[in-house]
Design a protein around this ligand. Structure first.
Ligand code: PMP
Length: 428
């Protein structure tokens, strides 16, 4: 059945869709932290949490809110007063940490970043953007133009001029061997150098922890140090929280908070799991920045009643069940366990991350060379062990990515760690 579907998929969809697995998987349903494929095989899902499913698959509270709203009304999100949109905007504005915040809802992370770029360039009257090397910000014309990871940037014809900054990755590269403090000093010097020539750009956009880039871990405080420099030059800071938001990093509700000494970002973007499967993206900005647009700008589907109902139910569940705390506790145990398991596996260079956002960097044994073949092999082997994980990284996708739904239990964390250990050992 899946073979037949694969043939039809290839015949009608673009070649550049990146399907996982040599024998691609058709997922047909899910519950909690588990999903099932078309053949009835069950998998523990260590990846869907960062994609669609922030809390749990088929969460009854979200299903109920969605079906009730679908049975009531779905209409233009912005032309008429929209109670669930106002309610979710109030919650997010308050949680964002941005003073005098305004919220605009979109349908994806790409569109959220696109809006952030439109706001920053309009507000600052500049088409120059600073972005991090190895970053990923989406697939629109403007988002690919600023995406540092050129494996995900299929056109170079962007209308924006982009300058790329060091600091998002420290696994390899010129500053990899420095201490945290020296790493920050070197990256700040790089930023100062870029800002030292000509008119300052509109904004720096950065993921506090790079997602597609392999769950990299810049030292805490890096973006706070950047912030001080940016403010001196009048440059805005856009935090792309599409992967790091909603408590996933455990210690903090937003990724920027690990870098918050010099205040919140000017603009924050979010998306992915907040709707637990319903498409929600959005932008939060100080009102002065949000309101710099002087003509109408609306979205038919951004913020519809049905997606907002899902977002509210999902956010309520997250807060009531303290899933941020769960990410800290269970994620902390999982990171420790994975470090212990992989200490004797020569293909593992490091286990990094925070909360339930964990990356495992694979190398060719005895070297520091990225090992994308091993990452693909472990992905396949983990599947055979009943575990779904992701992969990512810079131009070489040599990192495994672990990001389960935030309701992961300790027993499931242990089960997944055991499965991953067997998968890692099987490819040695
Ligand atoms: N920003 C980041 C950090 C992302 O990881 C992604 C998606 N991988 C996006 C933006 C784009 O989001 P979407 O796929 O919803 O357009």
């Amino acid at each position: 059945m899946t073979d037949e579907l694969l043939g039809r998929h290839k015949a009608v969809l673009p070649d550049w869709l990146a399907l996982y697995y040599a024998d691609p998987l058709e997922i047909t349903h899910g519950e909690g932290r588990h999903v099932w494929d078309a053949a009835g095989e069950k998998y523990l899902d260590f990846f869907g949490g960062i994609l669609t499913t922030m809390t749990a698959h088929a969460l009854p509270e979200v299903t109920k809110a969605v079906s009730e709203q679908a049975g009531r009304i779905v209409h233009s999100s912005t032309l008429y007063l929209n109670r669930p949109m106002v309610e979710l905007a109030e919650r997010i504005a308050q949680m964002s940490g941005i003073p005098d915040a305004r919220v605009f809802f979109t349908t994806s992370g790409t569109e959220a970043n696109d809006t952030a770029l439109m706001l920053a360039t309009t507000y600052r009257r500049s088409n120059q953007i600073m972005a991090m090397r190895n970053s990923y910000h989406g697939r629109s014309f403007s988002a690919v133009g600023i995406t540092g990871n050129k494996g995900w940037s299929p056109t170079s014809l962007s209308p924006l001029q982009t300058l790329y900054v060091h600091g998002g990755v420290r696994t390899r590269g010129p500053y990899a061997d420095l201490s945290d403090a020296d790493f920050i000093t070197a990256c700040v010097a790089d930023l100062e150098d870029l800002l030292g020539h000509g008119r300052p750009p509109a904004a720096l956009i950065a993921e506090p922890i790079q997602g597609v880039g392999g769950f990299t871990s810049p030292p805490d405080g890096l973006y706070a140090a950047f912030r001080e420099v940016l403010q001196r030059h009048g440059v805005l800071w856009i935090a792309d929280e599409v992967q790091t938001g909603w408590g996933r990093t455990g210690d903090n509700f937003w990724g920027w908070q690990a870098h918050g000494q010099n205040g919140p970002p000017d603009i924050l973007t979010f998306a992915k799991g907040i709707g637990n499967g319903m498409s929600i993206g959005g932008v939060v900005a100080r009102s002065e920045v949000m309101n710099c647009l002087d003509s109408n700008s609306i979205s038919t589907f951004g913020g519809t009643q049905i997606t907002m109902a899902a977002g509210l139910a999902n956010l309520n569940y997250l807060v009531e069940h303290d899933l941020q705390g769960n990410a800290r506790r269970v994620g902390g145990l999982l990171i420790e366990r994975l470090r212990a398991i992989t200490a004797q596996i020569p293909a593992v260079k490091e286990v990094r991350g925070r909360g339930l956002m964990i990356g495992i960097e694979l190398v060719k044994p005895g070297t520091d060379e990225a090992n994308p073949e091993a990452a693909s092999a472990v992905l396949e082997a983990a599947r055979r062990e009943g575990l779904l994980i992701g992969k990512g990284g810079g131009h070489n996708t040599s990192a495994l990515r672990i990001a389960p739904p935030l309701s992961l239990t300790v027993a499931e964390a242990e089960e997944g760690a055991d499965a991953l250990e067997r998968a890692l050992r099987s490819i040695q």
